[in-house]
Ligand binder design. Structure first.
Ligand SMILES: CC(C)(COP(=O)(O)OP(=O)(O)OC[C@H]1O[C@@H](n2cnc3c(N)ncnc32)[C@H](O)[C@@H]1OP(=O)(O)O)[C@@H](O)C(=O)NCCC(=O)NCCS
Length: 168
């Protein structure tokens, strides 16, 4: 199992994961998107090239196991006024067919090493919906300490967001 930058070798597997999203998570806010440009967009985000206004630099990793795309994790290098309430430093998704196998927990623990060793962060903010049991367990298993819950008004409606810090 490894974390790699998005790579064309796994694009077909990534496309299959998008198809799973369309089938099983049709209305959810998902990370996997636009396979035609994902590699270039990820590179640009990591290197701060053509960042949309109010966006910060971010590194995307793909979790690969047995030559299959399993999931993606996005690590934002810093927080801005939006991310501090919603979004945090890290967002992730595991493809539907590979859920409940421990991949989400493992992917976050691997990403935290990058946060510490490469980005020199000593703590990260991770947020999730108050009813996202899978994500809550992933964060708490990785040492997340709940700071508070805040209300956010988003396009998908009013939600309660849990805000966790992980000291690394
Ligand atoms: C949330 C998500 C990342 C979980 O990934 P995963 O690989 O299934 O997570 P794990 O297998 O490591 O499971 C961690 C724990 O959560 C539990 N869990 C996972 N999904 C769950 C769900 N939908 N409902 C209840 N419990 C769940 C697992 O049973 C496991 O429990 P345990 O620690 O007691 O054994 C995945 O469902 C997903 O990508 N969802 C859509 C995107 C998303 O919500 N991203 C997070 C945004 S903050």
């Amino acid at each position: 199992m490894k974390l790699i930058r998005p790579h064309r070798k796994f694009i077909q597997s990534y496309i299959e994961a998008i198809e799973e999203d369309e089938l099983f998570r049709p209305n959810a806010e998902m990370i996997f998107s636009e396979p035609e440009t994902i590699i270039e967009r990820s590179y640009n985000f990591e290197h701060g090239i053509n960042l949309p206004i109010n966006y910060v630099r971010a590194t995307a990793f793909w979790l690969i196991d047995k030559e299959k795309f399993i999931g993606e994790i996005n690590i934002r290098h810093e927080l801005n006024s939006f991310l501090i309430n919603y979004g945090g430093n890290i967002g992730y998704e595991i493809r539907h067919s590979e859920c409940f196998k421990g991949y989400g927990t493992k992917m976050l623990s691997m990403a935290l090493i990058y946060c510490k060793e490469t980005l020199n962060l000593n703590k990260v903010l991770i947020t999730c919906d108050d009813d996202n049991i899978g994500s809550i367990k992933i964060i708490e298993t990785n040492g997340g300490i709940l700071e508070n819950k805040v209300k956010n008004s988003l396009l998908r409606g009013n939600i309660i967001t849990r805000r966790y810090w992980i000291n690394i």
